[in-house]
Each structure stands twice: as C-alpha cells, then as structure tokens.
Design a protein around this ligand. Sequence first.
Ligand code: ATP
Length: 298
Amino acid sequence: MNQVVEAAHAKINLTLNVIRRREDGYHEVEMVMQSLELADIVRLRQVESGIRLKTSSAQIPAGKDNLAWRAAQLMFGRFECTGGLEIQLEKRIPVAAGLAGGSTDAAAVMRGINRLWGLQQSTEALCELGARLGSDVPFCVRGGTALARGRGELLTGLPDCPPLWLVLVKPPLGVSTAEVYGNLRLDRIGERPDNEKMIEALAEKRPGSIAAALGNVLEEVTVQMVPQVQGIKQELLRAGAVNAMMSGSGPTVFAIAEDENHARTLAKVFEHKEYTVIVTRTINQNSDMHAAHGTTDE
Ligand code: ATP
C-alpha cells in the first residue's frame, strides 16, 4: 500500500456556547459538533522524500502554511516515517466558512499517514496530537456527533444524530475565526444554547427537538461583520426551513429540512444569488465516516 484516499468531512455546530476567556487567550467553549457528508477528498502517496502539496483551490495556501502540510510535518516529527509524502487536496468545502475545512484536511492527513505507515495510533492519540494544530482538529479526526469542551479539543461522544438533510448557504466573503472571537463581548451575550436539551434531543432521535435546540452565541457577532448572515437565515425560515442557524464562527448558515426534496427546494431559493449553496446531510461516526476511504497498491 503506498496510496490512500481519505474523505475529510465538514462539520457544523448544532450548538456553540462560549463560557469565558481563559488566561492563555483561548475561549472556553461548550459545543455540540456534527459531521456532514460534504467532504474534501485527500489523496496521499508515499514518495521518496519531503512533503509536497497540490490543491485544487487557489483560495488556500499551497505550501507550508496549509494545515494539511503542517499535519504531515507534525506526524513526521513525531513518528518514524521513512520517505516522504505527496498530498493532493480536492477542495469541496467552502473556505473560511465555519465548516472546519482546514482542520478536517489536517485530520485526514493524520489518519492517512497513520494507515500508510502502519503506525497503529489510536483515534485518541491522533486527537491529542491534532490539538496542537487547531481546536477543531481533534473533532475532525474522530467525527460523528460529539460534545466539545475546553478550547474545543476535549471530546465526549454523543448519541448518533438521526439523519438530517441540510442546506448550507455561504455569502461570498469568508470570516476569520480569530476576528469573530476578538469581537465577542462576553457580557453582551443574549441567549445561550442549552446543551443538555440538545443532548436529550439527540438521545431521543427527534429531528424537531434537535432543530428547536440549535443555538450559537457567535451568530450575533458575525452578523455585525457580515449582515447577509441575518438575511440568509430569515430567507431560509421564510421558505419553510425547520430551523436555520449559523455554523461555528460563520458565515455559513445551515437550514434543517424535512427531507432531501425539501432541502433541494430550499436550495432553489438562492439559485440566482451570489451565494455558495450546498445540499448535504449529517453522517454518523462509524457507519458512514469511512465509506469514502480507499487504498491502492502500486
Ligand atoms: P473553523 O470552522 O475551524 O473555524 P473555517 O471553516 O472557518 O474553520 P477554514 O476553511 O479552515 O475556516 O479556513 C481558515 C483559514 O485557514 C483560511 O484563511 C485558509 O487560507 C487557511 N487554510 C490553511 N490550510 C487550509 C486548508 N487545507 N483548507 C482550507 N483552509 C486552509
């Protein structure tokens, strides 16, 4: 085996609460994260030496600043990996969108190197190492449905989310997560999500209760920076979405639909606008996450 293909799944936040600002400058969060079927395709090939990266997107760095490249460097520094690696990224996840595009590519590279070199590292070990690259990397290594605490790296598995069809709508501009957190005023947070309620809704597998328990304290911050977020949300609700909310630090808004047809109907509302519109669905950790994996021998 000298090549592997990893699906690097996007995530949404079903909830996002910020508790406080820590002494180290990070924010302490409590959020329910959910993997989506939408994924970048990450192809890894063992080569003689060095780390090389090719990407299908001009919007992300092609070299050492790419999180996928940094993930490879981290793994090579930590484990005995002979030779080098070529990484090919086929980007399908919108960039700087609140969907963890960079983190999930990094996680896929870590999983892929683990397989290619037969390192036999556990998911937990990869999560712990991945936290050095970014707070969302551990969740992306693991996937599925999980409660994330600390700065996002402390994960507790939650009951699988029942299958939900979603529409993602992203306005043209991206936002920087750091800037959104920088603009957050903890004393001005209005309504906070109730994570207990969300966890209960997940355990009961009730889409309606999951939709009702959505909540993200960063939404009102990002709306100040990208007012279209508010407009998109209202338009989705007006068009009949079960509920709609911004994911992560945004600016992507996701809507929960009744079923696939309903999701496609909602997506049509934005057909002639300058937005990126994607119909996708939630996936579970074990049954669906590894479906796109492939290995090839040369
Ligand atoms: P999160 O939801 O974790 O906050 P995001 O979806 O908002 O992440 P990303 O798509 O990860 O944001 O992009 C954030 C920044 O990371 C961009 O400015 C981008 O240039 C940079 N970046 C580095 N490597 C990658 C990558 N492999 N894919 C996407 N962005 C990357």
